[in-house]
Ligand binder design. Structure first.
Ligand code: ADP
Ligand code: ADP
Ligand code: ZN
Ligand code: ZN
Length: 749
């Protein structure tokens, strides 16, 4: 047994065919291969899963009862595995109280710094935490946001009080409150609100309670007049509006909006904390600065007491800069980060840690990174290795693959035609072998020289969201447009937020999970199942409903799931194959009905490819062909959708939308999870969509996709405040001679 390797023998998870391999310890090993070839089955379902199981075994039986039960991976042996840390693209949840600063452990150091050298002294470190009773703004409880009155909806400034300038409920002309207000003598009721002075406005909106005498039925009666906003807030916002009648809730809802807290102005902290400063800035100001600038400000703090904190802060902030996240700020809420950003933030957390001899596992860490920034990622992977850790990466980007100390190429193809190791060795060796990866590393796609002409345009005007800086841009219709630019330059803000807001009819092909029902699978999702049911029904002269998972034709024991979940006291429920139907999901009598020589269960076991040669029903063939076209021919028709990766989800959505015409398609990094050879496939589909009269808009970093565009919109020049502009619009050929574009530089390389 060699201690210098993690050794895996006879692995058989999913499509793996008795795979054996050795992964060198304290080196970078990169797994390559077409999607569906079995990379994740080795890295996640075998290695990571075993490590997690071993970790759980260290706990007492009592503790283990609370942990998810992890079955032993299907393999003969896994040896020399140390603790594994998985750094994946799962979004960092956590709600409003989880920010970049809290998740990277930078916030506590910054608080310590303020408690030591900030002036005037405001308390110890907790007094600067918005998650702590002492430090939080009492008005918004540290949320920084608060429900308030939407002023634009509450007032019509072009009218006078007499004409009904107050639009809030209860203040209609001649209403009780309107009478009190107009008869109070405090206001000029004929003057347009637009002409009110600041003092008059303050009195109207927030004025202290004031007694007003009115005549009711001839008798003088005293009433209280209160600022209209103050009164509305007291009545409908400070008290939980949910306790009011449904009618009232409906009536007031349009006037209530969430905005920055008026006391802390979004800074989340108490006034004492906010008045404590270092070099003229308070902690909230530093937290809202972009990390790239913050690091410079921190370096300016020369107080010797601060030295250790300044050192720790600079080191951690530098990690964020190194990984290309200098455009984010510490107060950014983690649930607004993209998948790629989330993965890089997690990476930083580990770089600052002191763990050694850990196995780090990354899932396509280059996602979301511009070619310019990929070398930074490589340096970080190398840093982790040099600290004495084993680094395992699943990756498709040739620029990352080349830093591997060791490469494992999985293939030769996907699904049942994959599941073996086709190459193991050095990067230079990969270039010599005849595998899909080896061949594609040697060539790059040529730049297109014929560009389609636009049939029209979709304009975005004066966009200013996030970092966008008065962006005006025309997106051509009837062509393939690729939006490029470094991470944080504003691509998603422009397309996914501003553009989609104005074009809700666009078809968005994203990577979010498809379907949540445990019974959904590619056949049900694409609608193939309906036609298949009908075919079985007419061939056997029975009701099509019999062939549905939730009909009386389904196995009663497992209700058509094929598996049974058994709840055990204290233990996680255990999933076992249904003993009645043996996983076939249907009753014996239903399985006896055949189409050709296949039962409904046999059909669900077919891959898309097998089904294509079996069926000759026009609609079914069309849908199967669409799945095959997007590179999913290895999927089984009955494979639960919950087992698909993000990239696979994106492609199955694409397949089911392929036949539409005259639509706008928006795709965000569709090459995620795709091997270089799959990208040619994807491009063919995009071209088909455009040729059929659709408009396709893609956010991409992949150079092959950029080379195939008809039109490029390049955002930049940098990320964050130094980005947010359109710096180039034109064909890829014109981009080559664009002076200030980083994308241009990498395209011509
Ligand atoms: P890669 O990571 O190379 O894209 P995977 O290891 O995810 O490939 O998948 C290999 C094969 O196993 C594919 O055919 C995939 O559809 C199948 N597969 C993956 N996960 C499951 C699962 N939980 N159940 C059934 N099949 C699966
Ligand atoms: P790209 O898609 O080019 O990577 P984004 O559009 O995601 O860029 O981000 C552009 C800028 O807007 C960045 O400075 C980013 O930090 C900021 N930003 C993006 N989303 C949010 C958000 N939900 N809240 C605050 N700032 C955001
Ligand atoms: Zn507040
Ligand atoms: Zn069953």
């Amino acid at each position: 047994m060699n201690q210098e390797y993690i050794e895996i023998r006879g692995a058989r998870e999913n499509n793996l065919k008795d795979v054996s391999l050795r992964i060198p310890k304290r080196q970078i090993t990169i797994f390559t291969g077409v999607s569906g070839s079995g990379k994740s089955s080795i890295v996640f379902d075998t290695i990571a899963s075993e490590s997690q199981r071993l970790l759980n075994e260290n706990f007492s039986m009592f503790v283990r009862n609370f942990l998810p039960r992890i079955p032993q991976p299907d393999a003969d042996a896994i040896e020399n595995l140390s603790m594994a840390v998985i750094v994946d693209q799962k979004r960092l949840g956590g709600g409003a109280h989880s920010t970049m600063g809290t998740i990277t452990d930078i916030a506590p150091i910054l608080r310590l710094l303020y408690s030591r050298v900030g002036q005037p002294y405001a308390g110890k470190a907790n007094a600067f935490s918005f998650n702590d009773q002492q430090g939080m703004c009492p008005e918004c409880n540290g949320m920084g946001r608060k429900l308030g009155v939407d002023m634009e909806k509450a007032l019509d400034l072009s009218k006078s009080l007499k004409e009904g300038a107050i639009l809030l409920p209860d203040y209609g002309v001649d209403s009780w409150d309107w009478n009190i207000c107009t008869q109070s003598g405090l206001f000029d009721i004929d003057k347009k609100l637009a002409d009110y002075t600041e003092v008059e406005m303050e009195q109207l909106l927030y004025g202290k309670p004031h007694k007003v005498e009115m005549h009711v039925g001839g008798k003088p009666v005293k009433f209280t007049l209160e600022g209209i906003i103050a009164k509305f807030s007291g009545k409908y916002i400070k008290q939980d509006v949910k306790t009011k009648s449904e009618r009232t809730q409906k009536m007031v809802a349009p006037f209530i909006t969430e905005g920055p807290c008026y006391l802390c102005r979004g800074a989340r902290l108490s006034q004492a904390a906010l008045s404590c400063k270092i070099n003229g800035s308070n902690i909230a100001e530093l937290s809202s600065m972009e990390v790239g600038r913050l690091i410079e400000v921190i370096k300016e703090i020369k107080d010797p007491i601060a030295a250790p904190m300044v050192k720790a802060l600079t080191e951690r902030l530098q990690h964020l800069v190194d990984i290309g996240l200098e455009y984010l700020s510490l107060d950014r809420e983690t649930d607004t980060l993209s998948g790629g950003e989330s993965q890089r933030v997690k990476m930083v957390k580990h770089l600052s840690g002191s763990l050694v001899d850990v196995v780090y596992i990354f899932d396509e860490p280059s996602v979301g990174l511009h070619p310019r920034d990929v070398h930074r990622l490589n340096e970080l992977l190398q840093k982790l290795r040099d600290k004495g850790n084993t680094v395992i990466v699943v990756e498709h980007d040739p620029d990352v693959i080349q830093v591997a100390d060791h490469i494992v190429d999985v293939g030769p193809f996907a699904g049942s035609r994959g599941g073996t190791i086709v190459y193991e060795g050095s990067f230079s060796g990969l270039l010599q072998v005849d595998t899909l990866t080896g061949n594609h590393m040697k060539q790059s796609m040529p730049l297109k020289d014929h560009f389609r002409s636009a049939t029209g345009k979709l304009s975005v005007k004066d966009a200013n969201l996030h970092n966008l800086n008065n962006v005006n841009v025309d997106i051509p219709t009837g062509v393939l447009t690729v939006v490029t630019g470094v991470a944080g330059s504003g691509k998603s803000t422009l397309i996914n937020e501003v553009f989609l807001q104005e074009h809700p009819d666009a078809i968005v092909i994203d990577q979010a999970a498809v379907g949540t029902s445990t019974r959904s699978n590619p056949a049900t999702y694409t609608g193939i199942m309906d036609d298949v049911r009908k075919a079985f029904a007419s061939a056997n002269k029975v009701n099509p409903g019999l062939f549905s998972f939730n009909s009386k034709g389904a196995c009663e024991n497992c209700q058509g799931l094929g598996v049974v979940y058994t709840d055990l006291a204290f233990l996680d429920s255990v999933k076992t194959t249904c003993e009645i139907c043996g996983g076939k999901r249907f009753k014996e009598e239903v399985l006896a009905y055949k189409l050709g020589d296949k039962s409904i269960a046999d059909v669900l076991e077919m891959t898309v490819e097998q089904a294509l040669s079996f069926f000759d029903i026009k609609e079914v063939v069309r849908k199967l062909q669409a799945m095959s076209d997007v590179g999913l021919d290895y999927l089984k028709l009955g494979q639960p959708l919950s087992t698909l990766s993000g990239g696979e989800c994106q492609r199955i959505k694409l397949a089911s939308e392929l036949h539409k015409k005259g639509s706008i398609y928006v795709m965000d990094e569709p090459t995620t999870g795709l091997h270089m050879s799959d990208i040619a496939h994807l491009l063919a589909i995009m071209n088909r969509l455009v040729d059929a009269g659709n408009t396709v808009i893609v956010i991409e970093h992949n150079l092959d996709v950029i080379r195939n565009a008809d039109w490029i919109i390049d955002m930049g020049p940098e990320g964050g405040i130094n980005g947010g502009k359109v710096i180039f619009e034109g064909t890829p050929k014109q981009l080559l001679s664009a002076k200030h574009s980083l994308t241009s530089k990498y395209l011509s390389r």
